[in-house]
Design a binder for this molecule. Structure first.
Ligand code: NDP
Length: 312
């Protein structure tokens, strides 16, 4: 292993939260070190048109936007390494961080911005048709299916929200729920049942996606009767939950039962002084690029205040 390197501020993750934290921290002369992780740019790298990020009235492609974020972070002196953090130790000061490029770092403050990943069904064509009818975000992509027919898979609050959002745009929304009950809250269930253009198919599991270059339909099987159904839909929204990318932080910072990092209300502070969390890794409600960027900014300001306290 190489010699241990030292930084005041270490940022883990390079999505909207990490980059925004880096822009603010770099402009505050903190010379942040950023490790970009396995998917530099985060979930926006697998999104096509972003039309709801303020400041881009014509919309922008997700990867293009992340390239702009990156340039802005680098312009002010962020040092970005394209490697993945594999281990952290927040029980020592300075904090200790190891990465898969064999580097070892010591940092006075850390911002965790490792994001979350959408869970997928694991169907063969899911990846192939991603962005061509298959999506994991109705708010991002629903607009493209105005007047068309779509299906949402999942029975939780996220799926219910996606279905309700889509019901205002699409002609018809099928909701594929694998059990005979929803997991979603009662109020969301009521709204779903009252929406005139949402048809809920309980006990249905998605077994195949149709289409080569664009989604043409979805095949679902009733797991009670074995009956197969083909739904002709142009959009397929997977809403079976997200998974925060927090494996390496287990036992290091406080998390909720789903593994999201807990931050203090109105702050990005975790239970470990000097460790902050921003973006989807600590947010299971909003999950937008703009909210991630907002908390990234907060994390940099919180870290700056913490570091000046250390020096003072
Ligand atoms: P949940 O874990 O609550 O629900 C996941 C849903 O997807 C369940 O219906 C589950 O079925 C289904 N599912 C899981 N895996 C599969 C699979 N392989 N095939 C088919 N269906 C599958 O996740 P959510 O993202 O919906 O919600 C996460 C948390 O965030 C919850 O606590 C929720 O309340 C909260 N939330 C709150 C919102 C709000 O208050 N406005 C909005 C969105 C989320 P099964 O029930 O059979 O396991």
């Amino acid at each position: 292993m190489s010699n241990t390197q030292k930084t005041r501020l270490f940022i883990i993750g390079a999505g909207p939260a990490g980059y925004t934290a880096a822009i603010y921290a770099a402009r505050a002369d903190l010379n942040p070190v950023m490790y970009a992780g396995p998917q530099p740019g985060g979930q926006l790298m697998i999104t096509s048109d972003v039309e709801n990020y303020p400041g881009f009235p014509e919309g922008i492609q997700g990867p293009e936007m992340m390239e702009l974020f990156r340039k802005q972070a680098e312009r002010f002196g962020t040092k970005i390494t394209y490697a993945t953090v594999t281990k952290v130790d927040f029980s020592v000061r300075p904090f200790r961080i190891e990465a898969d490029d064999q580097s070892v770092w010591e940092a006075d403050a850390v911002i965790i911005a490792t994001g979350a990943s959408a869970k997928w069904l694991g169907l063969e064509k899911e990846e192939k048709l991603y962005g061509r009818g298959v999506s994991a975000c109705a708010v991002c992509d629903g607009f493209f299916y105005r007047g068309q027919d779509v299906a949402v898979v999942g029975g939780g609050d996220t799926a219910a929200e996606e279905a309700l959002y889509l019901s205002k745009l699409a002609r018809k929304v099928y909701m594929l729920v694998r059990r005979d009950v929803f997991r979603a809250s009662k109020i969301m269930q009521k709204r779903i049942m009252e929406a005139p253009n949402i048809e809920v198919l309980f006990n249905h599991e998605t077994v195949d996606l149709l289409g080569e270059n664009e989604l043409e339909g979805v095949v679902a099987v009733n797991n009670k009767t074995g009956e197969k159904k083909t739904l002709t839909v142009q959009g397929f929204f997977v809403a079976i939950g997200h998974k925060p990318n927090t494996e390496i932080f287990k036992g290091q910072v406080e998390m909720d039962e789903q593994g999201y990092i807990i931050t203090r209300a109105g702050s990005t502070a975790t239970n470990v002084k000097g460790v902050f969390a921003a973006g989807d890794v600590q947010d299971k409600i909003y999950r937008q690029a703009v909210t991630a960027a907002g908390t990234g900014c907060m994390a940099a300001l919180d870290a700056e205040r913490f570091l000046s306290g250390l020096e003072g």
